[in-house]
Write a protein that binds this ligand. Structure first.
Ligand code: ZN
Length: 129
């Protein structure tokens, strides 16, 4: 039996069924695997809620993914500026653009599966009741 998430935030973060909070949303439950990355189960294994209410339902999750990615890049910029202020490394947005780009691209590649699944989980929890 799956563990239950009761709050919307818990359902999103744990990628559980938006209705009952017990069944897992994705075929592959790993957040760091590229295998079957975007495959959402057809229905909840616990309550039978339809996870694909209409064709192209998860298309809108791309906008959520964009928001998460922009937020991550802003967090990286703030972290690099904080490291510069603390004297850990020398960083300026205009003087060291490669540091920002390399760090941002590295985080984007590593966190892509997590952000992709999280965006679909947010989308499903927002619109499936
Ligand atoms: Zn369910």
């Amino acid at each position: 039996m799956e563990t239950e998430s009761k709050t919307a935030l818990g359902k999103v973060v744990k990628m559980k069924c938006p209705h009952c909070g017990k069944g897992h949303l994705f075929v592959n439950e790993s957040i760091l695997s590229f295998s079957k990355l975007g495959q959402v189960k057809s229905e909840c294994t616990e309550c039978g809620t339809n996870f694909n209410p209409e064709p192209g339902f998860y298309f809108g999750a791309a906008y959520v993914s964009w928001g998460l990615t922009v937020t991550m890049w802003l967090a990286i910029l703030i972290a690099l500026k904080a490291c510069d202020a603390l004297g850990i490394l020398e960083f300026g947005f205009l003087t060291h653009p490669k540091t920002f780009l390399i760090t941002g691209v590295a985080f984007t590649l590593v966190l892509f599966p997590l952000l992709f699944k999280l965006s679909r989980s947010i989308w499903a929890t927002s619109f499936i009741k």
